[in-house]
Design a binder for this molecule. Sequence first.
Ligand code: HSE
Length: 312
Amino acid sequence: MKVSVKVPATSANLGPGFDCLGLALPIYNTITIEETVLPGTGIEINMMSEDEVIDEMSFDDIPRDENNIVYKAVEMLYNSIGQEPSELKINIQSQIPITRGLGSSAAVVVGGLLAANKLLGSPADETALLSIATEVEGHPDNVAPAILGGFVLASQEDDGSIICRKLNWPDEWDITVCIPDFELSTNIARSVLPQSVPMQDAVFNSKHLAMLIHAVDTKDEKLMKAALQDKLHQPYREKLVPGMKEIMEAFKHEDGVLGCVLSGAGPAMLVISHKYDLDKIKSTVKEIWEGQSIKVEIKTLKIEPKGAEIIE
Ligand code: HSE
């Protein structure tokens, strides 16, 4: 038996929502899991990319054995019902660029879990799958929108439980995704964050996150523009993303641009706008990054309302 799951890309944080906000985007990975009948064939993991930006080298770095994160997630699911995974063939067809801050690892984890759950006769509900996916990823802000679609607020509580709500995102707001041609692993992007932050920075983020939730709910663009700021992760990651500061600065005072943020742990960036000249966004970002010899792929997208789905 074989099951395929299509999972959207995601962008986490949205400025002040570090580790708790994320949205789904219409770029997809398809994960297929097949339980092979032949004993002794072990695990087989194949990856195929449909995106030119993906450097084949980054594919080579991905483990193809029990250390692969898809396999780990699937193993946790089997173990949670007292079973061990049998011989598995895992195929990943990838459109989501790797290590760019667009939730490629969350997508494969979620896809693997949903496919394996179906193969097992659906013993785990959405909450249990979200919980395993968060344990593998370390934070819920990519896996939650990958499962639910849309714009999601998700928190891993101190006891490990996940609280998660889907929120409305104004359809008319454009999301321009700017993907530079260099990689930044989440581990490195998290290693530059401090263990503790000044009280005023924590207060700054809680104020701006509250503003953001209200701005999105009421489509208040002026409030959104004030809200899309952060002091918990972006300032520390600036040194890892050449051009990031200049790109943010370039859109600060543009009417119609609601904000510019790092996508997840970066290096991709999102520009959120309404009725703004999208070509101008592209040319501004291109000029800054290409001026530093960094190639960039830019797409303007609408939010993906649907989460992961079983397609066969
Ligand atoms: N919230 C996570 C981070 C997202 O910023 O490290 C990683 O994709």
